[in-house]
Structures are given as structure tokens and as C-alpha cells.
Design a protein around this ligand. Structure first.
Ligand code: AMP
Length: 428
């Protein structure tokens, strides 16, 4: 497929309305590169060999066409007994759960027509056996547990029409070669096979040769694989924390870096989120170096999900790029805006940069957009819509009174606090 013919909307794939409606709810605005490259050929039934990383949007790339194909199939021919239509093999239980949850999420408007079952080790087999009774449209499984379920007759692979091998390189490096061979032998010869792998060592190559039939080969270059989506949501200032908490709870992002304008703001926000049951760590210049390093290490290790930081603290952050960056407060300079959002969208990943904009920031954000030659649509979130005019009980953001934290010469006088207590004064 040529670059010119790549779809820029999900509607162009001809996906059914319930799927499109769900994508709109999930705020998937445009297909990621891996989705644009693969969805049309998967829909047409072709085998696929795709080089794509976690975070590239590959789950939706195979889940959406599979759901579409299942919807197209005459429902009376849906699997019965203990048969399965689509089988997704993954290397780990976490991934099995995650991928099954994605299928369920995309299928939310299909009136329960599509049955998705996750099967992975480390938990009781009985629940999974029960879930598989009457067959399943989609089974997402780790190889070992699936073999156990087959040997106890809980599931049969003879009616599988689509096989997905997700993270094939990890699966083989984790030593699942033998299990995979056993499973493949139980599958029908005639089926569509989709293989996703981040790397292609010899073992994976051998597998692709025996398993794939005239596949479309898609290898995304890292430069084109990264997609950064910038979004702006307008909200009354007194509802900002509530909106932030709502977004964090709704999306359960793997990791989020939240920018605020002042050190005190970090702590205030962390406390307010804690009251709403969201734990977040803070990262700013007032924290002792040891404490900063510890927070950073935990964030890097993925033990901290939500980190609230000031610009200067984030400047020295040596972390891999993140799935989501949120501007809770605007940065002072247009350059800082680019610096902040550039922390999201690792090569091969979908990055999201979200700005929560209250009335007192409208003007400043227009300046940031103009300087950066961007213009973003203002969006509203249901239940958190911004009033048309600034509510009079909202304080104007104080004008910057000093250079931001850490921007001056090394030995400068302690600066008066900036933007302090704006949130603390107002009831939520
Ligand atoms: P994956 O690579 O499948 O693990 O997806 C990585 C993340 O990107 C997940 O949080 C998905 O919900 C999200 N995602 C997938 N496709 C899109 C899209 N087209 N637009 C925005 N986010 C997406």
C-alpha cells in the first residue's frame, strides 16, 4: 500500500458503526501508522507479518478487523460447543488480560454478541473452563495454559479462522517454542494468520516461513511509527482537578507525567488527587536530591503511575518517553510547551499530550499555539464543560512575577512563590 492511500480516519476502513462509535468514545481520532498500514489487508483476509512495538496501537490493529469479521459472519455459524473463532496467543498473563480487555472494550456496543475469554496461567483453571463453556468468539491465551485447557477438553482449536501471534519474539525467547508448535499442529490449515513482533531473530523468521501464506509485510520505521496526538480540553478552573481525576480514572494510562507551574502546585495537586483515591508522586526542586532520585527510579521502573512535576524538574528527567503527558497548568513559554509534549510519543508508540485549559489561560495558550504554528481544537468533556464566559468567582491567574524555578543563575535569591494557593483557597 502506498503512503498516499493510507487512511486518516477509522471510517475509511469501512468499520461498522458500533465499532466507530466506540473509537470515538475512546477518543481515537486517527489511526496510528501500524493501524493505517495493516487494517485494510487484515480485513481483506490476507496474512500479515508486522514489525511493531508495544505502544504502537497494534492491539487495535488486529482486534478491530477481527471484531468486524466476526460481526460479518452469520451469527448462526458462531462457535458452539467448545470451539473458538479467533485465537490470540501472547507471551504473558498481563498481556493476555490487557489484550482481552481491549477486545471487550472495542466490542462494548455489540450487545454482548461477541464473547471474549482470557486464558492464562497463575490463576485457577476452573473459572476459565467455565468461561469457555459454549465456545468463544475470541480467546486470548498464553500457550501453556491453552494447552492445559485443550488437554482437559475445555476448548478445541479446530474451528479457528484467525490466529494472531502477538509479540512473537518475546514468546519464543520465553521458551514457548515447543508449546507453539503443539498448538499450531492443532489449528486448521486454512486460516488467516497475523504475526506481530518487535524484532525478527532467526527463530521468528523460521516460524513466519512455516506459518504465513503470502503475507503483507509491514515494517514501520521508528520515525514514522511515532504518533503524537495533541488535545486541548477547556474546563472551569475550579473543576480542573476533578476533570484530571476523571481522566486518570477513566483511561488508566500506564504512566502519566503531569506538569504544573509551581512547586507548591505539585503538592496541592497530589493531595487533592489522593483525596480522590489516586496516588501520585511529586518531583520538584524543593525535594532533596536523594528523594528525587528515588522517585525518578521508581517512575522509571514503572512503580509510580502518576508523577506531578514542574518544568525545571522535568528538564533533567532522564526517562524514556511516556504514553501520556498532561499540562495541568500551561508552561510559560511556547518552547516549554514543545519540550513538555516531546516527552510523550516514544518511537513506535502512540503519544498523547493533553492540555487542560481554563478561562484565565485561553489567551496565553493562543500565543503558545501561534508561536509553535499549531492550532488545536478546543474540546469539552461531558460533565466538565467550561462556561462560555469566565465564571466571576475565579481568580485571574497571577501574572508571572519571577523567572520559573531554576531558570536563573545558580546563586540567586529565593524567589517569591508563584501561583501559590490558587487551588487551595477554592472549594472543589
Ligand atoms: P498497544 O500498542 O496496542 O498496546 O496500544 C498502545 C496505546 O495506544 C493503548 O493505550 C491504546 O488504547 C492506544 N491507542 C491505540 N490506537 C490508538 C489511536 N488510533 N489513537 C489513540 N490512541 C490509540
Amino acid at each position: 500500500m502506498t503512503q498516499a492511500s493510507l487512511a486518516t480516519t477509522f471510517a475509511e476502513f469501512g468499520l461498522h458503526t458500533p465499532l466507530l462509535a466506540r473509537l470515538a468514545e475512546l477518543q481515537y481520532i486517527q489511526p496510528t501508522p501500524v493501524q493505517a498500514h495493516t487494517i485494510p489487508s487484515i480485513l481483506s483476509g490476507q496474512d500479515l507479518l508486522a514489525g511493531a512495538n508495544t505502544g504502537s496501537g497494534k492491539t487495535a490493529a488486529f482486534a478491530l478487523p477481527i471484531l468486524q469479521q466476526l460481526m460479518d459472519r452469520n451469527r448462526t455459524s458462531s462457535p458452539k460447543g467448545n470451539l473458538v473463532s479467533a485465537l490470540v496467543l501472547v507471551p504473558t498473563r498481563e498481556l493476555a488480560k490487557q489484550v482481552a480487555d481491549s477486545f471487550k472494550s472495542y466490542a462494548v456496543h455489540l450487545n454482548g454478541d461477541i464473547k471474549v475469554v482470557a486464558a492464562f496461567g497463575g490463576v485457577s483453571v476452573n473459572t476459565q473452563m467455565l468461561a469457555l463453556r459454549g465456545g468463544a468468539d475470541v480467546v486470548v491465551a498464553t500457550p501453556g495454559r491453552l494447552l492445559d485447557l485443550i488437554s482437559s477438553n475445555a476448548v478445541k482449536l479446530s474451528a479457528v479462522s484467525t490466529l494472531v501471534l502477538d509479540e512473537a519474539d518475546r514468546m519464543l525467547s520465553l521458551g514457548f517454542t515447543e508449546e507453539l508448535a503443539q498448538l499450531i499442529a492443532l489449528l486448521p490449515k486454512k486460516k488467516q494468520t497475523l504475526l506481530f513482533s518487535a524484532t525478527f531473530p532467526e527463530e521468528v523468521r523460521q516460524l513466519t516461513q512455516t506459518l504465513l501464506n503470502n503475507p503483507l509485510e509491514v515494517q514501520l520505521q521508528s520515525a514514522e511509527a511515532s504518533t503524537l496526538v495533541q488535545r486541548v480540553m477547556t474546563v472551569n478552573r475550579e473543576k480542573k482537578t476533578a476533570l484530571l481525576a476523571h481522566l486518570l480514572q477513566q483511561h488508566q494510562w500506564r504512566q502519566v507525567l503531569i506538569f504544573v507551574s509551581a512547586k507548591n502546585g505539585c503538592n496541592h495537586l497530589a493531595q487533592k488527587l489522593a483525596k480522590r483515591g489516586i496516588s501520585a508522586e511529586v518531583f520538584h526542586g524543593d525535594k532533596a536530591q536523594g528523594a528525587r532520585s528515588r522517585v525518578l527510579e521508581s517512575f522509571k521502573a514503572g512503580e509510580i503511575q502518576v508523577l506531578i512535576a514542574t518544568d525545571i524538574a522535568a528538564r533533567g528527567l532522564d526517562i524514556e518517553k511516556l504514553p501520556v503527558v498532561i499540562n495541568f497548568d500551561l508552561p510559560r513559554s511556547p518552547a516549554d510547551y514543545m519540550h513538555r509534549i516531546g516527552r510523550s510519543g516514544r518511537a513506535g508508540e502512540v503519544g498523547l499530550a493533553l492540555t487542560l485549559l481554563s478561562h484565565d489561560e485561553y489567551h496565553h495558550f493562543s500565543v503558545i499555539e501561534k508561536k509553535n504554528k499549531i492550532r488545536l481544537e478546543r474540546e469539552q468533556v461531558n460533565g466538565f464543560e467550561a462556561d462560555d464566559i469566565m465564571p466571576d468567582n475565579v481568580l485571574e491567574q497571577p501574572k508571572p512575577v519571577a523567572k520559573p524555578e531554576g531558570m536563573g543563575k545558580k546563586k540567586r535569591k529565593k524567589l517569591p512563590p508563584v501561583n501559590v494557593d490558587i487551588w487551595a483557597k477554592k472549594p472543589e
